[in-house]
Design a protein around this ligand. Sequence first.
Ligand code: HEC
Ligand code: HEC
Length: 466
Amino acid sequence: MRKIIILFFSVLFVACTNDEPEMILKPNGKVALPAELSAGNATVFMTSIRAYDTPAPWVTGTLLDRFLHGDKLYDDPRTSDQNDPAVGGLGPLYVGFSCGSCHNNAGRTYPSLFSDGGSGKGFSSQLVYITRKNGKFFRQYGRVLHDQAIVGEKAEGKLKATFEEKEYSFPDGEKYSLITPHYSISEWYADSIRPEDLIIDVHVPLRHVGMGQIMALDVDQLRRLAAQSNYPEYGISGRLSVITERNKQYVGVGGNKAHHADLTVELGFSSDLGVTSDRYPLEVCEGQSQNIGYSHYGIQISTRDMEDVDLYMSTLGVPARRNVNNALVKRGEENFYKAKCHLCHTPTLHTRQNAPVLLNGTRLPWLCNQTIHPYSDFLLHDMGKGLDNHVPAGSAYSYEWRTTPLWGVGLQETVNGHTHFLHDGRARNLVEAIMWHDGEGAVSREIFHRMNKEDRDALVTFLNSL
Ligand code: HEC
Ligand code: HEC
């Protein structure tokens, strides 16, 4: 509590002026170093399981009430009691039973597919996209495989993975191995789909660290970054994601393919949970043969409630960096630059001048004019064959991915109890994540590969300080 009060007074006057906060005091009373402030006035000094799930220091009063309401709507398991406005409206088909079921503590729930030899006991927390080879979707199923259903309904199918493991070694002899997942689906509810015509694309959830700041990014800055982000000597050239939605063009910054321009709250409720809204009034299973004649219960979540979820995600604090002056961390930081990681994982960006506006019109002036350290350029990069998922999305080709922001990456193990990384969770630790970089990331991977063990360890220690 003490921390919140101190921070609140020190940042009270920065809303939408050009003044950066002069100083922010840490809970121990010391002035925070610039490198520690991951997201300016929204930085929180938390290292516990709540590190991603704490309001920014300026979230007080009615803003805090709405934050807590949004948090509850986000976390409380929904039920199939279609008439209860607080938690009702799940399914009939769904993938998760609340936003928090997949984004536990606003993070990345453990992907259970990696246990039990790929059959993954219980709830998987993944999104499984299914597409025909020609890019179209299957009429009986839609784009997302809904592997859960309420009582009396049939889930659409069940995913299974097998893993191919290969061992490699660094020049100094230290061994590492990489696993490639191969997927299949059984127990289709309707016609079985021929494997020859099926592309299965599995994604693990993204951490919600800094969602508000990401949505408040200055798009012109990203445009300039894309124009400059061309390093032929390293084979790197980032591309801005421009997407067309409802006949308008937007710059995409959200999602692993930068294919979302907003927080997709409505889409999450509709497609992941089967909860209807004004924007998506029909059950997600609409049109499936098993649900012809399925009775409708009207709109199951109001735009006002969804805005509180939007507000909750947008006003989450961003964990401060730790151990920034530790000698090993400093050495790792130098190695991060030596390995050219920073050419995609851009350390510093700025949020824009105008206050972001949420779904229902609420403005958040606190998010503007902040210096932030997301460690991403939010651009698309060719990451090579190994990570190609064979499915384009938005303006991204199948082999292109948005640079994943690395802020908070070092706390994922504390918050979510695992170290699975990359869009499908195939990397089991940070070293494997780096060794999967290919295409535009190949030079970085090679420089890392050639480093001696102390330098590799230092780089990983640096990542863990983010
Ligand atoms: C079944 C698991 C699941 C559920 C339930 C779920 N999500 Fe997600 N979410 C994901 C996955 C997987 C991704 C990454 C998708 C991709 O690859 O772009 C994601 C991405 C996101 C992103 C983009 C994050 C970023 O960094 O750009 C937001 C925002 C989000 N989810 C919000 C929500 C909200 C709000 C809800 C509840 C209405 C929700 N999610 C429910 C699995 C889930
Ligand atoms: C060419 C641009 C580029 C370069 C250079 C690059 N990365 Fe990445 N990085 C990416 C992209 C794109 C992803 C997402 C890939 C995916 O999920 O399939 C990623 C993902 C990651 C992840 C996984 C994060 C997560 O939460 O899943 C880590 C860790 C990472 N990079 C670290 C590094 C380090 C360390 C270096 C330097 C040795 C580096 N990267 C160099 C583009 C780059």
